[in-house]
Design a protein around this ligand. Structure first.
Ligand SMILES: [Zn+2]
Length: 70
């Protein structure tokens, strides 16, 4: 087994969270075009309340900190 044959399908969560490297992100996007399983998975992941929300809340918290610290 070569290291590059690692299951690319598993990157879907990282892709949904936006934590992939630029190269991995692009590689996954082209995989996504041809992989229905990942398209479904991605849709399901973006419908999970809390998962993506947690990331967004994290980001807006830093913005709120800027605002409330004055
Ligand atoms: Zn896939």
């Amino acid at each position: 087994m070569s290291p590059s044959s690692r299951d690319v399908h598993e990157d879907v969560a990282a892709y949904a969270l936006g934590v992939l490297d630029e190269a991995d992100h692009e590689a996954f996007e082209s995989h996504l075009m041809s992989c229905e399983a990942c398209q479904v998975e991605l849709r399901e992941l973006s419908e999970v309340p809390g998962l993506l929300d947690a990331v967004r809340r994290d980001r807006s918290n830093s913005l709120d900190d800027d605002r409330t610290s004055r």
